[in-house]
Design a protein around this ligand. Structure first.
Ligand SMILES: [Zn+2]
Length: 424
């Protein structure tokens, strides 16, 4: 998929506008398909692999709102972004189109640079979605219903490219959604595993696409302490623990151990570093175009853990500060830092050495690194929704007066990392 020319479907009944849009997009290097009415456009979108639809609102046979509604109601086209074009500049029409799931609204008449700016903004936007945000163990129930109870699983998407971060229990609903959205076509899935503690791999045996012949799955992660990564994944599916073995998964599965700090996973550039957590654990910085996301869950500051490193002993303090500085450099200037914020300072008094961060340290790291946003992640199983509200409020207070945006990781929610394009 990576490196393919991006394919855009233009649904427009006015010949002159359709030709203009086609010419502008083709000159910019996109492959363009066209449809003269909504019905034909909707049918093409079901058949063709597309990256974007640009649709007029008042199209014959099926108007643009209906095209939009149907595309969003069909699993195989739900994620396909749609830009709505219209001479109907009424705010209510624009609002309605956006409410119905349009990625952008472009008023007619428009100049070619404005069209290209909107198209590239929509296609370059990274979308990060949280499928599991809970640390340690899945914690379903009424106390966790607002933030979610599944263990770590996050997706980073750009257009049809998708990267999965960790295979906690949140991977199960993700797998169901991916397979439903495949529309019968084979899936090519890339996944990064930070480490093999239960909460980061327990969703894997329930990952539906791994059971479907024709699908391809590429998993990257560090080798475990004394075993290859594949053996650990296989081990949790031994008959003592699980009724189906890894060998019974019918997809083409490749497990690749991370040996180099920089590698590619589909359309995404990945930078990996080790972080401070029991066993072998990595954090990943994922970059696509000029947007980046840092996924650094399950890590404990050296300054907190090492004896004397909190100022009591100058050698220990200097050493720990240097090691913690590596994470700050790793997070530097990122658009989104997904951070282990499992403990309150009070929790930490009894949980020092368990491999997690207390949340004020997360704000400190994000500020020192000049991150644009930090998402509080890996919520403690002992923390109910109200406790997470308090954690969020405290972190926002700590970041007050700075440009840092503090957001909570919420299961099922997505964040769009939009790069604003200046229209020339
Ligand atoms: Zn862990």
């Amino acid at each position: 998929m990576a490196g393919d020319t991006l394919r855009i479907l233009v649904i427009e009944d006015e010949d002159t506008v359709r030709d203009l849009v086609r010419t502008v997009l083709e000159r910019a290097g996109y492959e363009v398909l066209t449809a003269p009415d909504g019905q034909a456009g909707y049918e093409l979108a079901q058949k063709e692999r597309l990256d974007l639809v640009v649709s007029d609102l008042l199209t014959p046979r099926m108007h643009g709102y209906e095209v939009l509604q149907r595309l969003k109601a069909t699993p195989s086209t739900r994620r396909l972004p749609v830009i709505v074009l219209s001479a109907k500049a009424y705010p209510a029409d624009q609002r309605k189109a956006l409410e119905m799931g349009a990625a952008a609204f472009l008023a007619k008449p428009f100049r070619p640079p404005a069209l290209l700016a909107v198209v590239s903004r929509v296609l370059d936007t990274l979308r990060v979605r949280f499928w599991g945000v809970r640390g340690s163990i899945a914690t379903p129930g009424p106390e966790t219903v607002r933030y979610g109870g599944n263990t770590p699983c996050v997706t980073v998407e750009r257009g049809r490219d998708l990267l999965i971060l960790d295979a906690g229990t949140g991977l199960r609903p993700l797998g169901v959604a991916l397979q439903a959205g495949a529309g019968g076509r084979p899936l090519d899935i890339k996944m990064l595993i930070t480490h093999t503690h239960w909460d980061h791999i327990q969703g894997f045996p329930f990952f539906v696409p791994a059971f479907v012949p024709g699908n391809r799955l590429e998993i990257h992660g560090p080798p475990s302490l004394d075993k290859p990564l594949e053996k650990v994944l296989r081990g949790q599916m031994d008959p003592e623990y699980f009724p189906v073995s890894l060998g019974d998964m019918a997809a083409d599965i490749h497990v690749e151990e991370v040996r180099e700090p920089h590698f590619t996973a589909g359309a995404f550039q990945v930078h990996a570093i080790y972080v401070n957590h029991p066993g072998v654990t990595m954090a990943y910085r994922v970059t696509c175009g000029d947007t980046s996301v840092v996924y650094a869950t399950d890590t404990e500051p050296y300054r907190r853990l090492l004896p004397g490193a909190n100022g009591e002993d100058s050698v220990a303090t200097e050493y720990a500060t240097g090691r913690d500085g590596q994470l700050i450099d790793f997070v530097r200037d990122t658009d989104l830092y997904i951070a282990d914020s499992q403990y309150t300072p009070e929790d930490y008094l009894t949980k020092r050495g368990w491999g997690h961060t207390c949340y004020p340290d997360v704000v400190d790291i994000a500020l020192k690194a000049n991150a644009a946003r930090v998402a509080l992640f890996s919520h403690d199983p002992m923390h109910d929704d109200d406790a997470i509200d308090r954690k969020l409020a405290h972190c926002r207070k700590l970041a007050e007066g700075t440009a840092l945006e503090v957001i909570p990781a919420i299961e099922g929610e997505a964040i769009e990392l939009i790069k604003e394009v200046i229209v020339g």
